[in-house]
Design a protein around this ligand. Sequence first.
Ligand code: FMN
Length: 306
Amino acid sequence: MSNVDMRVTLAGMTMKNPVVVASGTFGFGREYSQFFDLSELGGICAKGLTLLPREGNPAPRIAETPMGILNSVGLQNPGVDAFIAEELPFLRQYDVKVIANISGNTPEEYGVMCEKLAGAGVDMIEVNISCPNVKAGGLAYGTRPELAAEVTEMAKSHAGSVPVMVKLSPNVTDVTEIARAVEAAGADAVSLINTIRGMRIDVNTRQPILKMNTGGLSGPAVLPVAVRMVWEVSQAVKVPVLGMGGVSKGEDAAQLMLAGASAVAVGTALFADPMAPIRVRDGLEAIAARQGLFAVRELTGAVRPW
Ligand SMILES: Cc1cc2nc3c(=O)[nH]c(=O)nc-3n(C[C@H](O)[C@H](O)[C@H](O)COP(=O)(O)O)c2cc1C
């Protein structure tokens, strides 16, 4: 389409373009492979894994909101062993980087999962310390710097040479505090943002729409929060940033890159249009070409703040 070099490198992992799909919004890729060749993507963050299989939370667990959705899926997944045996071989048929996303109840569980996934040969491990929809672990690790650091150290010491990216929560007062803590604990990259805690109430029944009462907000409504947090974090740490939250077109991705992201993930936009990541990639390339850039990576951190 253009001569723009679309390759980017995230913690030593080179992707053919900066567009990744966000964890929990793409399953393990099987359904979406009917819509496009998964090799078109830079990377795939697989659905969040736990040590043992999980059924997730009771329904209703998805509710629409203006410009977004609330979800309380709660990490429904087949467990890390089933992923390695059944899903990873499927993903390996494609020329795409595979990023496994993990959540644990204890730091030790994160360690065990990292060891299994590093042994299985994933390209990167995304450590989710920011899920607002599970009681144990999850968000508790992502809101306290010392716990976030402990989980990061445990993941790093069990991941061998596989890079570890820590996924940060927006549900904090100062996101840079957590980013600095995980960087100091050895994180190779950070990703943000996870969903923002929210709630909807049915005024007739006076009951919350979601069975879990609250959920996590994602989609276009959260983009400005994501841009702000990526901007803050990329100034606070030296490790690269995978930016996400509300991306549905090239311009959204370009904003996150200008704010400091080396690559971007597309999540909720997939539910309205399975081709969204391809549209984002092409839109990003068109912006880079229009601006006369040699490489898309020139956008990273190039914002000109007042
Ligand atoms: C239905 C749903 C499930 C999700 N599951 C996970 C998950 O398993 N692990 C995780 O780290 N993030 C999970 N997320 C968060 C997304 O990866 C992403 O951080 C967030 O939705 C913001 O991006 P978006 O606005 O493009 O969706 C989930 C989001 C949604 C909407």
